[in-house]
Design a protein around this ligand. Structure first.
Ligand SMILES: [Fe+2]
Length: 310
């Protein structure tokens, strides 16, 4: 197996491995080490089916089973969530796709997120497999939160170590006037957690600048003005291009990312292309994050993703 880095701080392509084969323990260890070192790893031309995808993922941990998935997800494989249903999301709440994106992403950089980051126990990793993708467009971008933390000055790192933030599903949503089914859904299914602004990675011990505009609206225990300006600084830091890598998908591509050490930016340039984009996602169960002082995240609202998570 070859490990070919794709950018200075993040991302590596792993070649000369066929994920349909049973992997020996040494190969699994090498893949895990590459994931921890490069934060997101890519495989190409891997034509796994759902069972193969699940079998590969199981070599790296327990799998998350979501209580609700989109209608394109395979009924007989509850660990697999199929995201062919992007267009379905807005429709479910009475909006076309453009309005849906506009209302959910109207604040700057809103697309950057960790998967299920507002849960008490966000997934440790996501393994996303492309089945069908547009001939151009639709790239995904990741950023390295350890590098972003290290890129702060020492005094600001020390200050950030002391901060906590509220991560909440639906922050920044621009509600419709009158009845709004999505707003109602958010109110009825609130998911929110107080997470440390600086999270310590449970495997590498690295400190991670754990903020993202998709879920974070306020820094806790500071004034609103302080919170706004601190978030502006931290969000600018984590989205700086030098900490990122961008991936061009093809059918059979797989991206396997550490969902604790990265944010990613889903593409928003394909809705007009009228070409299917069918992706299958399997997530590894995570743990309750710990901050720089050892304090653990606290649930504000919502269930855990993986009830056994410690
Ligand atoms: Fe995502």
């Amino acid at each position: 197996m070859q490990i070919l880095p794709v950018a200075g701080h993040i991302g590596a392509e792993l070649t000369e491995v066929d994920l349909r084969d049973p992997l020996d323990d040494a190969t699994v260890a090498d893949i895990r080490a590459a994931l921890l070192r490069w934060k997101v790893i890519f495989f190409r031309e891997q034509h796994l089916d759902h069972a193969g995808h699940i079998a590969f993922a199981r070599r790296f941990g327990d799998l998350v089973t979501l209580p609700k998935r989109g209608s394109a997800s395979p009924a007989d494989h509850p660990e697999v969530e199929t995201t062919a249903d992007r267009l379905e999301l807005g429709g479910k709440f009475g909006m076309d796709h453009a309005e849906w994106l506009e209302r959910r992403r109207h604040i700057p950089l809103r697309g950057w997120h960790t998967d299920h980051g507002a849960r008490l126990d966000p997934p440790a990793a996501t393994i996303l497999r492309a089945e069908a993708v547009p001939p151009y467009g639709g790239d995904t971008t990741w950023t390295n939160l350890a590098a972003a933390y290290q890129g702060l000055s020492e005094p600001v790192r020390a200050f950030a170590d002391t901060l906590w933030a509220e991560h909440r599903l639906g922050v920044g949503y621009l509600a419709k006037s009158g009845p709004d089914a999505y707003l109602r859904h958010l109110q009825d299914h609130q998911i929110a957690t107080a997470h440390p602004v600086v999270r310590v990675h449970p495997e590498t011990g690295e400190r991670l600048l754990n903020v993202n505009p998709y879920y974070v609206e306020r820094i806790l225990d500071v004034t609103r003005a302080e919170s706004r300006l601190l978030l502006e600084m931290f969000v600018e830091q984590v989205t700086r291009p030098e900490y990122t890598a961008r991936f061009r998908w093809a059918p059979g591509s797989i991206a396997f990312w550490d969902n604790r050490a990265t944010l990613h930016l889903a593409p928003a340039d394909t809705a007009h292309l009228d070409h299917p984009r069918v992706m299958h996602r399997v997530m590894l169960a995570g743990e309750i994050p710990a901050g720089a002082d050892g304090g653990r995240s606290r649930s504000i609202s919502g269930e855990r993703l993986f009830p056994a998570s410690g």
